[in-house]
Design a protein around this ligand. Structure first.
Ligand SMILES: NC(=O)c1ccc[n+]([C@@H]2O[C@H](COP(=O)([O-])OP(=O)(O)OC[C@H]3O[C@@H](n4cnc5c(N)ncnc54)[C@H](OP(=O)(O)O)[C@@H]3O)[C@@H](O)[C@H]2O)c1
Length: 361
């Protein structure tokens, strides 16, 4: 395949990668697996099939795309190209290796945007080359940089978690305009309005675990479930309390759908590593101020979600306990990645950006 009509191979593969990213985004963030999309092109650049990964235990994107090719067009796979957002896996997990599935279908060329950082699954590109399939990263294939960057973004939090063996950690605060999370008497319900709370609940349903300190568990007795207007949302994250004090037998966090656990420690690095071991790749830290400060001090927080309400208290606990910062120059500067209005409140997401290298993207 060199050109089809007026389109070059690079244009077609860029289009295919763009589409693969769009498809991959339908996949769930929670569940321990990456979001991946795949588009299969015939020898003349014709679209043969497309698919994405719908979550742990379901077919990978490549297998879903192969299954979507109509029987009458299967022969076109011989000499065709697979464009995938993540390197095809090469291991027998809950599903067979995608590398073999592509080879057996006759695919001649594979273009992937991101190398698989999981040592157990990696090696797909190398194996495909060893059996004579032409393999290129999206960068080597010269695909458009903006598309490559969107493809890297699709699995970035998962890849970061897997590379370092620790979940992607999002810390959430709900504060007044003057940065307070509770009034002097400890009341904090509700600072933000229904739209902000509903947004926060939808995000809870997109993570693998929610963590609070024993202070919050004892003061607020939160349920930590993901709820919508019609009740619990389909995915329930693991509910986690961290700290040395007991969690009362009557605590709401012990009840409800899904699993919960008490990590009886103040070692937050150890706690999140334990959550990784339990399968969590995306974790939400919902405070309070003591645990949030400890996590920030330990450099464990990757992303901040701040919900800010137009309420002024003038006194009461701040969102984050003392970090030891004494001059502005010493304060970490985060990068704003999202801002939106939610009813009367404001939502801001900021990231502690860690570089993605071209070998990864
Ligand atoms: N508006 C909001 O967004 C929001 C969110 C959460 C909480 N809050 C408010 O925050 C208040 C509770 O604040 P808080 O600071 O006590 O809650 P917290 O941060 O949830 O819990 C603090 C406790 O966690 C334990 N802990 C675990 N790891 C720790 C570490 N590395 N360093 C220090 N302590 C560690 C300690 O208890 P042990 O002695 O058990 O180890 C500590 O006393 C409540 O009023 C609540 O309403 C507001």
């Amino acid at each position: 395949m060199t050109t089809t009509g007026t389109h070059s191979r690079t244009d077609l593969e860029t289009w295919a990668l763009e589409r693969a990213v769009e498809l991959g985004a339908y996949g769930p963030v929670a569940g321990g697996n990456p979001r991946v999309g795949c588009v299969l092109l015939g020898p003349r650049g014709e679209l043969l099939g497309e698919g994405y990964h719908r979550g742990a235990g379901t077919p990978h994107a490549e297998v879903a795309a192969l299954a979507a090719v109509p029987a009458s067009r299967r022969h076109l796979l011989a000499g065709g190209t697979a464009v995938v957002t993540l390197e095809p896996c090469h291991h027998h997990g809950r599903t067979p290796p995608c590398s073999r599935a592509l080879h057996e279908a006759g695919v001649r060329r594979v273009v992937h945007a991101v190398a698989d950082p999981d040592p157990a699954a990696a090696g797909g590109a190398r194996w495909l080359r060893s059996v004579g399939v032409e393999v290129s990263t999206a960068a080597e294939a010269g695909l458009a940089p903006e598309t490559r960057s969107r493809a890297a973004d699709l699995s970035r939090t998962w890849c970061t978690a897997v590379r370092r063996g620790r979940p992607w950690l999002v810390a959430k605060t709900a504060t007044t305009l003057d940065g307070r999370v509770a009034a002097v008497d400890g009341t904090s319900r509700w600072i933000t309005g229904p739209e902000a709370r509903s947004h926060a609940h939808r995000f809870r349903a997109a993570v693998d675990a929610i963590v609070v300190g024993t202070g919050t568990a004892l003061a607020d007795d939160p349920a930590l479930t993901a709820r919508g207007p019609a009740g619990p949302l389909p995915h329930q994250p693991r509910r986690v309390v961290v700290g040395e004090r007991d969690v009362p037998a009557s605590a709401r966090v012990r009840q409800g759908p899904g699993e919960w656990c008490h990590l009886r420690t103040r070692d937050l690095g150890g706690a999140v590593t334990e959550l990784y071991r339990l399968g969590a790749r995306h974790v939400l830290l919902e405070g309070g101020p003591t645990v949030l400060a400890a996590a920030l001090r330990a450099g464990l927080v990757d992303e901040l979600h701040a919900y800010v309400a137009p309420v002024v208290l003038g006194a009461g606990a701040g969102a984050v306990a003392d970090l030891g910062v004494r001059t502005l120059e010493d304060a970490a500067r985060w990068r704003t990645v999202d801002v939106r209005r939610l009813g009367d409140d404001m939502f801001l997401a900021a990231e502690m950006r860690r570089p993605v290298t071209e070998g990864e993207a």
